[in-house]
Design a protein around this ligand. Structure first.
Ligand code: UP6
Length: 259
């Protein structure tokens, strides 16, 4: 069976977080996830309040003290929260600067790379499943020369299949599974105006990501809020709407191809 639409997939999904997300995507007609990688809490909340109407998901690595505000905003604007706790990353910053170790993990170039195996998934599932959460595995990276490929990628897919109730998908550069689309493919490294950031990040357009590579969700950070510091809220809003439209148009085009 080809479960083409987000709405169809929502009906069939058994993980509550994945089901919720598919429903939000359909309701808001947005397959856009914003990645909010900024160090000031004020900018963080401002950006989220500005882009809220256009996104179905917020990806961030945030201080625990920000959670109540974030939850209020998620109710106000109807989006879900994807807490980004990976330890192998590109050189972006985050608001998680409570202590030095956390800062070293989450900001700058001195990233700690871990390869969580099945036991880590099991451990996380004991906490996450009762709360109705879902986990994403990093299967491929957007950066030039990334090591996450080949056997690593195949293992990630195998681990996901073995824990289907909890693992809901992948961070990847193309569709990892067949057409049944049980898993999500979230794609970072999306930009409409540039092809890279000069630090290894490589950007593709929403059309390349959704239509050509068959991913489900575009993750966009700096393409929307640009260089933080002198933020122009109107411009951030315009960019969010622009990426939302580009992502959704690509999805509608893909549906036509599948018929
Ligand atoms: N990210 C990537 N590539 C990956 C995995 N994750 O860029 O392979 C994350 C980055 C950042 C976001 O850590 O949070 O996606 C992309 O931000 P950008 O659009 O500003 O480049």
């Amino acid at each position: 069976i080809y479960l083409n639409t987000y709405a169809d997939r929502a009906k069939n999904h058994t993980n509550p977080a994945a089901k919720d997300l598919l429903e939000v995507i359909e309701r808001k007609q947005s397959n856009l996830c914003i990645s909010v990688d900024v160090t000031s809490s004020k900018d963080f909340l401002n950006i989220i309040d500005t882009v809220g109407p256009y996104v179905s998901l917020i990806k961030a690595n945030f201080e625990p003290s920000l959670i109540p505000r974030l939850q209020d905003l998620s109710i106000k604007h109807d989006f879900l929260i994807f807490e980004d706790r990976k330890f192998a990353d590109i050189g972006t910053l985050s608001t998680f600067q409570g202590n030095t170790v956390a800062l070293q993990y989450s900001a700058g170039v001195h990233k700690i790379a871990t390869c969580p195996g099945p036991s880590v998934i099991k451990g996380l599932a004991t906490v996450g499943l009762p709360l109705g959460r879902g986990l994403l595995l990093l299967a491929e990276m957007s950066t030039a020369g990334a090591l996450a490929r080949g056997v690593y990628t195949e293992d990630a897919v195998r681990m996901a299949r073995a824990a289907r109730d909890f693992v809901v998908g992948f961070i990847a550069q193309h569709r990892m599974e067949g057409r049944d689309r049980g898993f999500f493919d979230f794609d970072p490294g999306v930009g409409l105006d540039t092809i890279g950031d000069g630090l290894g990040q490589q950007y593709r357009t929403p059309e390349q990501v959704i239509l050509e590579s068959g991913c489900d969700i575009i993750i966009v950070g700096r393409g929307i809020y640009g260089k933080v510091g002198n933020m122009d809220t109107g411009e951030v809003q315009r960019q969010a709407e622009r990426y939302r439209n580009a992502g959704w148009d690509a999805y509608l085009q893909r549906l036509k191809c599948l018929r």
